[in-house]
Write a protein that binds this ligand. Sequence first.
Ligand SMILES: *Cc1c(COP(=O)(O)O)cnc(C)c1O
Length: 372
Amino acid sequence: MIPIAKPYITEEEAQAAYDTILTGWITQGPKVAEFEEKFTKYTGAKHAVAVSNCTTALHLSMIVAGVKAGDEVICPSMSYIATANCIKYVGATPVFAEVKEDYNIDIEDVRKKITSKTKAILIVHQIGMPADIDAFTHLCKENNLILIEDAACAIGSSYKGKKIGSHSDLVCFSFHPRKVISTGDGGMVTSTNQAFADRMKILRQHGMSVSDRVRHQSSNIIFEDHLEIGFNYRMTDIQASVGIKQLEKLDWIVEERRKIAQKYLEGLKNIDCIRLPFEKEDKFYNVQSFSIYLKENCSIERNDLMQALLDRGISSRRGIMTTHRETAYNSENYFLPISEDLADRSIILPLYVPMNDEDVEFIIENLISLLK
Ligand SMILES: *Cc1c(COP(=O)(O)O)cnc(C)c1O
């Protein structure tokens, strides 16, 4: 059976976790600080704040952006449900905008949905493909809104020659095993805004004014104060030590993923009933997922194709979900035909490192025979 995804984790990560465990410092401490420092260097961001996952990264971003009950935040419905959930956590309302063929949010639809209640725009770099950050930065400036990037899938991708994470005030990453690098679970917020970063560092550990690490290193007694109602959204040093090793491999992993994507693009290019992912100029794509869209002229239904692939030992997944059709949201009224069509007609193909050439060939051959 060919799986859909697999994290690239080696002895080195296992050894790093082992070594950290034996230091006795296993929750947020020096390794988290080192991971943050290396993450800022990698992305070119000014600040980085490590947290427990991308969902908590997004939640803290909503708080420091000042999003509150009664506010609206525009985001795509077509995303993992955590994108919209973090808006609900602060009592605000997600307003869903449509996406375009590359699965990224459509700025023209966003523009139409801005109201006097809109506080922020939450864009998603879907399947790792960068959204048009400059256009959204401009739109936000024009309308006095805050831009938040859900970059859960986009570590290692670039926009206009600069790594995702370096462009704006709130960029949220995930280290879940389905993403390009993993710490088991884990997340990071990068920021160009010192005040935002400082406040998130306080919020992630119960609102505490001094960290455990600072207390531990101090030669004078210090008492902490709890400055506001915070959370326990800490990353552990065990996770961070794995993250440091993963970060060293990231560019290589992305290159390998791109080579596999190239084989798919080459092998599938003559199937005229599918649309393949495409990279526009100024965008560098980490291929977090490789998604194909089945056009109207396909002789086989999406779900039948997925079953036929599974019968041949090939896992696949439906494309990105639409949040508004999940039970948790479907009592509300939305009209998003483009998102629904894209979600219903796309398939994510297996892609991981290392992946055998024969497996890629086998998948291509099967798709050619099933889609002819
Ligand atoms: C995976 C994902 C998340 C959630 O990340 P976690 O680290 O699992 O919390 C949020 N948004 C998008 C777009 C994702 O793909």
